[in-house]
Design a protein around this ligand. Structure first.
Ligand SMILES: [Zn+2]
Length: 253
């Protein structure tokens, strides 16, 4: 073998072996075989935030997560699945581990948002005091640079943001506020993508992963919208469209 050809072949071999993980993720973006884990955040026992009218966040998350699975199936992803259909109140890292065990090629974690306690006011609903905040509304999207596929996660988050924006939804900027518990870097202030490295469900996932806060359930008007099938469908279909666009982009890179 001529030295030049041998060197060339060695370079090709090294280039191919340098990025096996990214190649595997790209190759797995065949719609028919891409396993997409959809995580309904929190669980029945520890349900996350409480809405302005006293409903648990987990109920919102589970309803939307089911609709996202259905929308993905309708968009040509038959292997989308609910990560924990029984609702076992898994801690965030255990959700990532479960997606890893299931060999998911993508993880989407569904949540509904609240605000810092100092912004909450009190009103009465059916004779009970409830906490609300009408100051903030809208979705937000998160990715973690600790995820091994941070670039692909960010690309998907942006795509979801573009689809939600195209569907007429706005994002909330309150996670970028200079306050304890917030101060998240708004990496895309056109479509609402934040960096949040410490989110264990994203950081521990061995596949691209995005967390979706679908809206602010402590906002009295947005809670009503988020409770209804129209907003849920709009969000679920936007996510499914975004995954399809992202997936096509992955194959073409
Ligand atoms: Zn949550």
């Amino acid at each position: 073998m001529r030295p030049v050809l041998a060197t060339l072949l060695l370079c090709v071999f090294l280039a191919a072996s340098a990025a096996p993980a990214a190649d595997a993720a790209r190759a797995s973006c065949a719609k028919a075989s891409l396993a997409i884990a959809v995580d309904a955040g929190h669980g029945p026992k520890v349900p996350g935030a409480t809405s302005a009218r006293g409903a648990p966040e987990y109920d919102f998350n589970l309803r939307l997560a089911r609709d996202v699975v259905a929308a993905l199936a309708a968009a040509g992803f038959p292997k989308a699945f609910l990560l924990d259909p029984k609702g076992s109140d898994l801690p965030p890292a255990a959700r990532a581990a479960r997606a890893n065990t299931a060999k998911a090629g993508l993880l989407v974690s569904i949540h509904h948002d609240s605000v810092q306690p100092q912004f909450l006011e009190t009103w009465s609903v059916d004779g009970r005091n409830r906490r609300y905040c009408d100051r903030y509304a809208g979705y937000s999207l998160f990715f973690s640079t600790r995820n091994a596929f941070a670039g692909q996660s960010l690309a998907l988050a942006k795509e979801i943001g573009r689809e939600l924006t195209a569907a007429g939804l706005a994002f909330t900027r309150h996670h970028a506020a200079d306050l304890p518990g917030e101060r998240r870097e708004l990496v895309d202030d056109a479509v609402g993508v934040y960096r949040y490295d410490g989110l264990a469900v994203l950081a521990g996932a061995h596949m691209p992963a995005v967390l979706v806060e679908a809206g602010v359930i402590v906002n009295r008007d947005e809670e009503i919208a988020l409770s209804g099938p129209q907003r849920r469908q709009k969000t679920a279909q936007a996510i499914a469209r975004a995954v399809a666009v992202w997936c096509d982009g992955e194959k073409g890179r």
